[in-house]
Design a binder for this molecule. Structure first.
Ligand code: SAH
Length: 246
């Protein structure tokens, strides 16, 4: 494909070898090869100005660890912006907005410049200066932003047309029916359980209903399962489902 990719991303990182990493495999990897999307890592260290290529310094106010310098990050962001004008700049951060499916749905429509932190993080001024959107992978601390960036990109890329469907009728339903998708009768619910052949395995049978061929009843059963599993595992999500149905 020679036309412009549907989605382009630049990762600003001290470890450019981590990209595309797992996104070079499977569906995302095929789509990357086809030019449906593009991903380029930029090494933050390339913008260091001293002979030791220093990118970090001690935190003002004391404390452990090192902080990535604002001037170095700024130069890297400016270089990325020159390559992807109009892109949304994201900083991966445990203090950020939690990465959710609705957020992914909006981010996939933009080009992204993703700053991956390391050490204690990045000088706050450069985050403010570039009005970065801080995004968190969850309430835990990673050693760097690269895995968060890869997770965010994977979630975006699989939604692009032609990535999962590959032109096969019905395949794109796989995306629509999934957990967290807001556009189906399963909106706000976790997914129902899946089964495949063999129908009898280690003493366990596949639920009879799935072998019945009755699509209406199967649909009802699946919805029921999705509701049960959400209620049991994610009371926080279940409360919202109940609230919106009322
Ligand atoms: N001092 C920070 C943690 C720094 S971890 C704190 O206590 O909040 C180093 C880098 O890893 C961060 O700058 C960030 O880019 C990345 N990171 C860590 N946890 C993350 C998470 N949950 N989501 C997204 N990025 C994360």
């Amino acid at each position: 494909m020679t036309s412009k990719p549907l989605f382009s991303a630049i990762a600003l990182t001290l470890f450019p070898e981590m990209f595309p990493g797992p996104l070079g495999q499977s569906l995302a990897g095929t789509a990357l090869e086809k030019g449906i999307w593009s991903l380029k890592p930029i090494n933050i260290r390339d913008f260091a100005t001293d002979k030791h290529a220093t990118v970090d310094d001690k935190p003002y106010g004391g404390g452990t660890g090192m902080v990535i310098k604002p001037d170095i990050v700024d130069s890297a962001v400016e270089a990325a912006k020159a390559q992807l004008p109009g892109a949304q700049v994201i900083y991966t951060s445990p203090r950020g907005k939690p990465l959710t499916q609705p957020l992914v749905e909006t981010l996939k429509n933009k080009d992204l410049i993703i700053l991956c932190g390391r050490f204690e993080g990045v000088d706050h001024r450069v985050i403010e200066h570039h009005e970065m959107l801080e995004v968190s992978l969850g309430d835990f601390v990673l050693s760097g932003g690269e895995i968060a960036a890869l997770a965010l990109l994977d979630a975006c890329v699989r939604l692009l047309p032609g990535v999962i469907g590959r032109g096969q009728a019905g395949k794109e339903d796989a995306v629509i029916e999934e957990s967290f998708t807001q556009t189906s009768e399963y909106a706000g619910l976790l997914e129902y359980p899946h089964y495949t052949r063999p129908s009898f395995w280690k003493g366990m049978s596949v639920p009879d209903i799935l072998l019945s061929g009755n699509h209406e009843q199967i649909k009802t059963w699946r919805l029921e399962q999705a509701r049960k599993i959400t209620q049991a595992r994610r009371p926080d999500m279940w409360t919202k489902v109940v609230d919106t149905k009322e």
